[in-house]
Design a protein. Sequence first.
Length: 497
Amino acid sequence: MKSKTLVGLLIIAAMSAAVLAGSYATFVRAANTASEDQIEEATASGVDWLASQQEEDGRWGNWEQTAVTCFALVVLEERAYKLGYNSPFDSVYPFSDNVIRGWQYIFGEPHAHVQTLSVQSHNGSADDPDTNGNGYGIYFDTAGEHQTYTTGICLMALAASGTPDRQNEGGLDYNEDETLDTFEEIAQDVVDWLAFAQADSGWPEGGWGYDAQDNEGERADSSNSGYAVLGLVYGQHFDCTVPDWVRAELDVWTHYIQCATEGDEHGGSGYEEPCDAVNELATGNLIFEMAFAGERPNAPRFEKALSYIERHWRDPDTEQGWGYDDWPADYQAMYTLMKGLEYGHIEWIDTDGDGERDDDWFEQESPALPPADFVGVLMAHQNADGSWPQTSWEDQGLPILSTVWALLTLERAAPQPLAKVLLAEADARQAIQFNLDAALQRRMFADGFVPNSPEFNVQVYGVQYSAQRAEHFGTGKVRVYYAKATDWDNVQFFERP
């Protein structure tokens, strides 16, 4: 009688554990709820402020309006999906009207332009940027200036919409097929233009300057290159084709712009020259570009860039650091670092200089005073109205870009490598964890069985047992392996009839 009771309880408990395994995994991960709520409150306040700054004609700002408007659109679009709406254009999404009016401004004014593309020559190789064969690319600007970074940012906004089949709001039919061009069609032509615009020779080879370089290498810098590559990665996630040779050329640029001279700047990125104006902002762009070009985080060059970031993490100012102890901090540098670390799948670095990469750069459980993590700084710096302090990067009287960079950083809004997306989803759905040191699992594997429930405890007639459900892939047999809580050398099992 006693044996049957134990069998029944163990098997019932094992079946319940297998069914509830997903809930169990969720429970043990939800340990930081309060902090997530605080981040959500700060984000919601910031998004409300940003939406309230939209002008009647649909734009944001009175300086670099095209780029600023596309940046604001990225925030509102990312927010829609974060909150679970079908799209940013969903009529029930509180900011859908802002998104629609923003795109009407971008496509309704002369901000988008067509340029004929030509084959680019790289060390004797003829490389065609025109992936769809229509002969042209599309770029964006404000009053004819700053084509590259404006185009990269607007490509981000097209992709962040998540609506490849949506027809544009400006009545544009560039391909003359008598239907309005879709977001994806325009995005592909933008990708093609960025490939065309990449510098082709000389010291700038593989980077980007302010405008297109057709079979030439006039200049490039880390800022334009950073936004060009960010747009290309967003475009790739939007199912656009990026020519392979663009990555190969980008690798030339990242080798050039990384400071190789021993000293304080070693491993970091310069602006136009390798060891000139080296800082965290540019090096955040560098590791993002390296990852896109195929450099792995454990590669020597990537490691040197990461070491530079760690050395200057706590610089009190923004000359080389991101200004963790400055007011305001450099929110753009925080954004470029975030996207580089996120895209490189780097969760832990050495922020306190103890030689151990055991610090969460995004949010630390016991933050330093002053905070040395992004969440701590951004939460401390947010204004009462939801915005963030204006920095020297904008000249429009309103801290729109500061708020955009802060919000995107708080939301960790960066394109994710497919590997990271799949691994994160797999972790979220993990029901059990293999542990070859556990007595129950050692016995299971030796018998050819695999656990498919978490380990659980039951008490029968005052005796405590630990148990776990398992199945045999070959026969489908189900067993419950168990042992008394104090007798791990004596693992036994019951098998379902």
